[in-house]
Write a protein that binds this ligand. Structure first.
Ligand code: PBG
Length: 307
């Protein structure tokens, strides 16, 4: 009877698996604060992508962990850079099964750890960063990506990337925009996952956690600039923002069930304090109930099996 009248369903095809791939890794490197998640080698990434496809997931989102970083994040543009080669690997392996997506941001590639480049005074240079994002989008497109995921929260990033892709003949590459992305303490484990060198925080470009209307405004701006899917991130502390954005935009809404949300459940479950599998499904159900059409979650493969 409960199944018959259920209002909310979670399906594997609605889940996107975020994965990390580490340059020159010879074996997968565990991420301490995210038990069960690893920095992949190129080979183990291919295997994870095949598994994700076989499980019927909705897609895979790639994050690169380069060995060398510099002030402008030049590894992001290098066709031989880890993220660009990993995109090509995954597209070759499972490109016909589901959309292959890429994180389009500089923070994994900069030595200061910020999502953009800095001006002489050490402030983020929004517009200089946009030029690099445009080139990065072309590098990902050349590698065969289906959807780029700009996550740096620079103003105007979606429009600049859309125009760059179109001008270079990549009209078929879509944009999954991190639109309402809040400066959050729950990103902590991700910083370990990508060996982040960030000092300080991202509060000059990520949003204030108290601002829901602003989150909707950011999403509407991204739709106007050409976003195909808009995202709210984090998910659990921002379920009301997901609901508000879902009501306001005509495109699919994604939510990112982020590293800290994963870590909290895993840590509590490891202590025997909560039922892990029930907590995973309840978490994903709550994000769907709030209005997310698709969910990025580190549990994607496992949840697909449970479902
Ligand atoms: C930035 C980026 C971050 C995450 C995804 N893309 C980190 C940040 O903004 O500090 C966080 C994802 C997570 O915590 O799971 N490239």
């Amino acid at each position: 009877m409960r199944r018959l009248v259920a209002e909310t369903h979670v399906r594997p095809g609605q889940l996107i698996l975020p994965v990390f791939v580490r340059e020159q890794a010879t074996e997968p490197v565990p991420i301490t604060s995210m038990p069960g998640v690893v920095q992949h080698t190129r080979d183990s990434l291919r295997r994870a992508a095949v598994e994700a496809a076989e499980l019927g997931l909705g897609g895979i989102m790639l994050f690169g962990v380069p060995l060398a970083k510099d002030a402008t994040g030049s590894g992001a543009l290098d066709p031989a850079g880890i993220l660009n080669v990993a995109i090509a690997d995954v597209v070759a392996e499972v490109g016909d099964a589901f959309p292959v997506m890429s994180d389009l941001c500089l923070d994994e590639f900069t030595d200061h750890g910020h999502c953009g480049v800095l001006d002489e005074s050490g402030q983020i240079d929004n517009d200089a960063t946009l030029e690099i994002y445009a080139q990065m989008a072309l590098a990902h497109a050349a590698a065969g990506v289906d959807l780029v995921g700009p996550s740096g929260m620079m103003d105007g990033q979606v429009g600049v990337i859309r125009r760059a892709l179109d001008a270079a003949g990549h009209a078929q590459v879509g944009i999954l925009a991190y639109s309402a992305k809040y400066a959050s303490s729950f990103y902590g484990p991700f910083r370990e996952a990508v060996d982040s060198s960030l000092q300080g925080d991202r509060r000059t470009y990520q949003q204030d956690g108290g601002n829901a209307r602003e989150g909707v405004r950011e999403a509407l701006l991204d739709v106007a600039e050409g976003a195909d899917i808009v995202m709210v991130k984090p998910a659990l502390a921002y379920l009301d923002v997901i609901t508000a954005v879902r009501a306001a935009v005509p495109v699919p809404v994604a939510a990112y069930n982020i590293s800290g949300e994963y870590a909290m459940v895993e840590a509590a479950a490891a202590n025997g304090w909560i039922d892990r599998e029930a907590a995973i499904i309840e978490t994903l159900t709550s994000i769907r109930r709030a209005g997310a059409d698709v969910i990025l979650t580190y549990w994607a493969a496992e949840a697909a099996r449970l479902l």
